[in-house]
Design a protein around this ligand. Sequence first.
Ligand code: AMP
Length: 281
Amino acid sequence: MLIFTKIGELQEFLVQKKTGKISVGFVPTMGALHPGHISLVEASKKVCDLTVCSIFVNPTQFNDKSDLDRYPKTPQTDLEMLKSAHCDVVFMPSSEEMYPEKDERKFDFGYLDKILEGDHRPGHFNGVAQVVSRLFDAVRPDKAFFGSKDYQQVMVIRALVKLLNYEIEIVTCPTLRESDGLAMSSRNALLNPKEREVSKIIPKLMQEARELKKKGKEIPEIKEHIVSELNKRGNYELDYFTICDAETLKEINSFSEAKKHVALIACYVGKIRLIDNVLLN
Ligand code: AMP
């Protein structure tokens, strides 16, 4: 496994490799890796000749400085996990390497970056677009792998690829979960044992949303159920629970037969913000 910290050296290596027409798969991460990240590496290895994983905690996508400061960093374990997964290349740049000058670019993805995560974390998707475009420029992959746990993020990345005319196929991979259903996340490590225990309500309620829809309940009833279940318990602060058209991410108030629907949640457990989503059909 090769490790690069400089864009120039990474590109020199990849250009040499690419003369042999090999396909490059790319998995961008912010480190503190868990099996969910590794599943993306495995998905890439299945279909690409060479897999590059990046580890970079991108400051421009954090709207809350304390969230950035406490973001977990476990570089040694990350490297061991990537080595065990037979990842070919790891790119671990510094902030100075990624942003030698302030990135002043403003991306506009229409309503997509203004709702849900975009609404609750102003500037978040602009930061994501900044870093992902820089990483795409550095790696120039054929395919890039993202987790559907960050449902809205994948849609923003697809919009970014269109906007900047990248010839990169975006592959969406399923969410890996802990045995009690909690979506794996680097932030789970920040939960204390009590918070970790109570956070399993999040996937449980998402499953209940699915079941309620199967039973023919309409969206207002489902929302009311989820909100009241959360309110019954302490320790939670709901940012949003909503149901959207799974393809456009437009919020909807009633189900229609022909469409696919997704329920999305963002919720604080103590000080830690967790997100999850589930397809309802
Ligand atoms: P992050 O390090 O949180 O920025 O995540 C890097 C990539 O891993 C993103 O594409 C995430 O959607 C994906 N990811 C995070 N958690 C999971 C999970 N539980 N299952 C699958 N992919 C995930």
